[in-house]
Design a protein around this ligand. Structure first.
Ligand code: ADP
Ligand code: ZN
Ligand code: ZN
Length: 805
C-alpha cells in the first residue's frame, strides 16, 4: 500500500467542528506532499487553504465522495512535525481552533488571503448588457471590478440566475523578492566560437563578448556589466540569443538592518555571572530540560550571561531563540546580539514590513541563521535543533497574546524546551509572582545576580510626597526637589529621563459648562485627543472626528482639550527651563517606522538634555550620561482595577530607576507620588524584590488570586444588551452545573469596557485551584456556542490565565 490520503486542517474557523478532513492525494502530488505542507482544497462550495497534518494509506470515506487536493502550495513544507504537535497542544491548552494555532506560527505573508472572482457560467450573450463588457476578453473577473463600478446589484441577480458563479481564490502575499542577474556561460570555448561568429562591424557586441571571455562563468548585476563595458541591454540581448549568457533570478533577502555593527568579545564574567552560566551550560551538556529563573537586578549583566550561553549553544551546533518584549527590541538591544554573532542573527519584530518578516523567517527556515532575537511570536521560530531558549523580562504582559490563540510565550518556550531537551532561561529584575513562586518550589532553578556587573552602586532614590507639595502651595506637576535636580543636571551637562505613567493621564475633550466628555459612538470609552491633527480618536475601534467647535450636548463654546499627558508636561517643562532641549517619546512621536530608534539615538548622541516619555522609555535605555530619572506620578498605575496593579507598579518603578547611573557616573532617582506609604512604592526604592514578593503574595493569598488560584475569563458579547446579559447568565448556569463545587464562578458582570465596537460585553470569572474537568467543560461550552449561539450573533471568548480582567 502507498500513501494516498492526507488529513487536512482547513481554514474555516467558523465551522462548528474543529477537526481534520480527509483528501485524496492526486498521483502527481504523491511524492511532493509532506506533513506540514500547505494545500488548497475544496471545502463545501469554496476553495480554502489547509495544512496537511497526517498522511495515511486509506480512509473511511467512500471513494466517490472523497475529493482530491486541488493544489500544493509549497514544495517544501512550511511547518515541521514539532509545530504540528505544538499546535495540538496549543489547541487544548488555550482552547482555540487548531487552524488558528497553525497560522500563528507562520509569518503573516504565508497566511492565506482570499480574493473573490466571478466566473462566467453561460454564453456571454445571455448576460445583462452592463455585465457583458467585463467578460469580453476573459471568463473570470475580479469581484472588485464590479464593486468599483457599482454593479453589485445586477451581479447579484446574475448570481441568482446562475449565469455566473462566485469563487474564492487563495491569494499568496509576501512574494519572495528576486533580482535579475546575468550569468555568463561557463565555457570559454563556446564564448570564443560566438565571438568568431560576430561580424567585426558589430563593435559593441565584439567588446562585450571579449569582456565575457575574461569573466567566464561569472554572475553579475546587468547594470554593472553595462557600465564596465559601456554597452546596453540591446547588445546583451543579442549575445544572450547567441547563447553567451543568460538571465537568472536570484533570491535576495530584504535587509532590515540598515546599520553596520562592530564586533564584541565575551567579557570576563563576575563570580555571580559565572556561577549562573555554569549551571546553564551543564544543563545544555546533559541535554536536560530545565527552566531557570535568572533573577538579577538591573545592570547586573544578565544579557552577558545570555550571550555566553548562546555562544556555547552554537559551539554545540545548535540554535538559540531569544525573546525580548516588543518595546525593548531597540537597536541597542539587537546590536548586542549582532555584534557578538554577526550574520548568524535574525531579528523579528512588528516594526518590520510583511516582506522583511517573511525574509527573516525564511533565513530561519532554511537554516541560514542560528540565533533569533524577536518579540513574542519569535517563539515559533522554525529551528529544528534548538539548544537554548531565553525570555528576557519574563514578567512582561506582552508575552501573552490577547487574541486567539491566547498563548503565553513562556508556556510555549517550556514546551519547546521539553521537546528539544534544552534549558529555558527566564530573566528579570522583577520576576512575575508566578515564576518566582515556582522557583521557590524548585519547579524552576533559581539563579541570582545581586550586584551590578561593574559594581556600580544602585541609584539613590528619593520619594517625594505630592500632598506635601500641594500644602506648600506648589500646584505644578513638578516638585521642588525634582526641579532642582533637573536644573543641576542641565548645569552639569548630564542627561535626565522623565517618565510619565501614561495610564494616569488621559487626553480628552471636555465641555467646561456641562462636563460632557466626548465619547466614542461605538464604544463605552472617551475619545482621545490628538493635537497633531486636531482630531479625537477611539483607540479601540479607530472611530475619529474633528474636535467640534461647540459641545454636542449644550452647544457651549467652552470646550477644553487636555493634550496628551506628555505634551502637557513638555509645555510645563519649557516654562521652567526655556533653554532645555527636550525630546518627547510617546504614541504621537513614534508613529512612523524607525522614529522610536531615531529618538533614542539622538538622545544617546547627546542631542537633548531631557528625554520625556511613557512606558516606552522604561526599557533597554542604557546611556552613560543619564544620571537622573524622574517619575512624575508613581501611583497612577496603582489604582487600576486589576489585581496585578501593585506588581506592575513595582516592576515599572524598578525598571525606570534602573535607567540611571548604569555606568561610571552615579545615578539619582526622584519618584513623585500621592501614596508614598504604599509598599509597592516604598520597596521599589532599594529594588527590594524579596520583601515585595512576600508582601504581595500575602495579599494574593488573602484575596484568592494567582498564583494561589488560577483564573479563567469567559466573555460574551452581542449587539443587543439583553442578549449579551442573558447568555452570560446562561454561561454561568451552565458552568455551575458542570464544574465541581470548589470552583468559584463570579458573575456575570458587565466587562470593564462594557461596550466595544457596538457590542455589549458581559463576563464571568472562574477561580479554581484544581479543576481537571475545566478544560473539557469549556470545550463543551465552545461546542454549544459554535453549533447554536453563534447563529444568534453572539461572540464567546475564553481566556485562561487572563492578564487583564
Ligand atoms: P542587565 O541585562 O542585567 O540589566 P546588562 O547585561 O545590560 O545588565 O549589563 C549592564 C552593563 O554591564 C552593560 O553595559 C554590560 O556591558 C556590562 N557588563 C555586563 N557584564 C559584565 C562583565 N562581566 N564585566 C564588565 N562589564 C559587564
Ligand atoms: Zn456642554
Ligand atoms: Zn470606539
Amino acid at each position: 500500500m502507498t500513501i494516498s490520503v492526507a488529513e487536512v486542517i482547513v481554514d474555516v474557523a467558523a465551522y462548528p467542528v474543529d477537526r481534520s478532513f480527509d483528501y485524496l492525494i492526486p498521483d502527481e502530488m504523491v511524492s511532493l506532499i509532506e506533513l506540514g505542507s500547505r494545500v488548497k482544497v475544496q471545502f463545501g462550495p469554496r476553495n480554502v487553504l489547509g495544512f496537511v497534518v497526517a498522511l495515511k494509506e486509506e480512509t473511511d470515506i467512500p471513494s466517490e465522495k472523497i475529493k482530491p487536493i486541488s493544489q500544493l502550495l509549497d514544495i517544501e513544507p512550511v511547518l515541521t512535525s514539532e509545530m504540528l504537535q505544538l499546535a495540538k497542544w496549543l489547541k487544548h491548552e488555550t482552547i482555540c481552533f487548531e487552524i488558528d494555532a497553525l497560522q500563528v506560527m507562520l509569518p503573516s505573508a504565508l497566511r492565506a488571503k482570499y480574493e473573490k472572482f466571478i466566473s462566467l457560467e453561460t454564453d456571454i450573450d445571455n448576460l445583462p448588457e452592463v455585465l457583458k463588457p467585463f467578460f469580453s476578453q476573459t471568463s473570470k473577473v475580479n469581484y472588485k471590478d464590479f464593486e468599483k463600478n457599482n454593479l453589485l446589484h445586477p451581479l447579484k441577480t446574475a448570481l441568482k440566475q446562475k449565469l455566473v458563479v462566485l469563487e474564492n481564490v487563495v491569494k499568496q502575499k509576501g512574494q519572495i523578492k528576486e533580482v535579475r542577474k546575468v550569468q555568463i556561460a561557463d565555457n570559454a570555448e563556446i564564448l570564443r566560437d560566438i565571438s568568431n561568429q560576430i561580424s567585426n562591424r558589430a563593435k559593441k557586441q565584439k567588446v562585450l563578448i571579449e569582456w565575457m571571455i575574461q569573466h567566464v562563468g561569472e554572475t553579475m548585476d546587468p547594470d554593472t556589466l553595462y557600465k564596465e563595458t559601456n554597452t546596453s541591454s540591446a547588445v546583451l540581448q543579442a549575445l544572450i540569443e547567441l547563447g553567451a549568457a543568460k538571465f537568472i533570478q536570484e533570491e535576495v533577502y530584504r535587509d532590515p538592518f540598515s546599520k553596520e555593527v562592530g564586533h564584541t568579545k565575551s567579557l570576563n564574567l563576575t563570580e555571580e555571572q559565572s556561577t549562573a552560566l555554569q549551571k546553564i551550560t551543564t544543563a545544555m551538556e546533559n541535554q536536560q530540560t530545565e527552566t531557570f529563573l535568572l533573577h538579577g537586578i538591573t545592570g547586573s549583566g544578565k544579557t552577558e550571561v545570555y550571550l555566553q550561553a548562546i555562544s556555547k549553544c552554537l559551539n554545540e551546533g545548535k540554535e538559540a531563540i531569544v525573546l525580548v518584549p516588543e518595546i525593548s527590541l531597540t537597536p541597542q538591544m539587537t546590536e548586542r546580539f549582532r555584534s557578538r554573532f554577526g550574520e548568524l542573527v535574525a531579528v523579528m519584530h512588528s516594526g518590520l514590513s510583511v516582506g522583511e518578516k517573511y525574509d527573516e523567517w525564511r533565513k530561519v527556515h532554511q537554516g541560514k541563521v542560528k540565533v533569533v532575537v524577536g518579540a513574542r511570536s519569535a517563539i515559533f521560530a522554525p529551528f529544528e535543533n534548538v539548544g537554548i531558549i531565553i525570555l528576557d523580562e519574563e514578567h512582561e504582559s506582552t508575552y501573552k497574546q490577547e487574541d486567539n490563540p491566547r498563548y503565553h510565550a513562556r508556556d510555549v518556550a517550556i514546551w519547546r524546551g521539553e521537546y528539544h531537551k534544552c534549558p529555558v532561561i527566564l530573566g528579570s529584575a522583577t520576576p512575575s509572582l508566578e515564576s518566582y513562586a515556582r522557583a521557590k518550589k524548585n519547579v524552576y532553578s533559581l539563579l541570582t545576580l545581586k550586584e551590578r556587573a561593574m559594581k556600580q552602586a544602585l541609584p539613590t532614590v528619593h520619594i517625594v510626597d505630592l500632598r506635601e507639595e500641594l500644602k506648600k502651595g506648589n500646584r505644578s506637576m513638578f516638585s521642588q526637589e525634582l526641579l532642582e535636580s533637573i536644573e543641576s543636571r542641565l548645569n552639569k551637562k548630564e542627561q535626565t529621563v522623565l517618565f510619565l505613567n501614561r495610564r494616569g493621564y488621559s487626553s480628552f475633550v471636555l465641555c467646561r459648562d456641562c462636563g460632557t466628555v466626548l465619547q466614542c459612538q461605538n464604544c463605552d470609552i472617551s475619545l482621545t485627543y490628538h493635537r497633531s491633527n486636531e482630531k479625537c480618536k477611539c483607540h479601540y475601534c479607530g472611530y475619529e472626528i474633528y474636535v467640534p467647535k461647540t459641545c454636542p450636548q449644550c452647544q457651549s463654546e467652552h470646550i477644553r482639550f487636555f493634550g496628551t499627558g506628555t505634551q502637557k508636561v513638555e509645555e510645563e517643562l519649557y516654562k521652567f527651563f526655556p533653554h532645555a532641549r527636550v525630546l518627547r517619546m510617546d504614541v504621537d512621536t513614534t508613529k512612523t517606522k524607525g522614529s522610536h530608534e531615531q529618538i533614542l539615538e539622538a538622545f544617546g548622541e547627546g542631542k537633548a538634555d531631557i528625554l520625556l516619555g511613557t512606558q516606552m522609555i522604561a526599557k533597554g535605555l542604557d546611556y552613560p550620561n543619564i544620571t537622573l530619572v524622574g517619575v512624575l506620578s508613581a501611583d497612577t498605575s496603582l489604582h487600576l482595577p486589576d489585581f496585578r496593579s501593585a506588581e506592575k507598579t513595582f516592576q515599572l518603578l524598578t525598571q525606570v530607576s534602573g535607567r540611571a547611573g548604569r555606568h561610571e557616573k552615579k545615578g539619582e532617582v526622584v519618584i513623585q507620588t500621592y501614596t508614598p506609604e504604599h509598599y509597592a512604592i516604598e520597596l521599589s526604592k532599594d529594588q527590594f524584590y524579596e520583601p515585595f514578593y512576600e508582601r504581595e503574595m500575602m495579599m494574593r493569598h488573602q484575596a484568592g488570586y494567582p498564583p494561589y488560584y488560577y483564573l479563567a475569563l469567559v466573555q460574551v458579547s452581542h449587539e443587543d444588551v439583553m442578549m449579551a446579559a442573558d447568555y452570560a447568565q446562561k454561561c454561568v448556569e451552565w458552568l455551575r452545573s458542570n464544574l465541581s463545587f470548589n470552583v468559584s464562578i463570579i458573575g456575570p458582570t458587565a466587562a470593564g469596557i462594557s461596550r466595544l465596537q457596538n457590542r455589549y460585553r458581559y463576563q464571568c470569572l472562574i477561580k479554581y485551584k484544581i479543576a481537571p474537568e475545566l478544560i473539557p467543560t469549556l470545550m463543551q461550552l465552545i461546542k454549544l456556542y459554535r453549533s447554536e449561539w453563534i447563529k444568534k450573533g453572539l461572540l464567546l471568548s475564553i481566556d485562561l490565565d487572563p492578564t487583564m480582567i
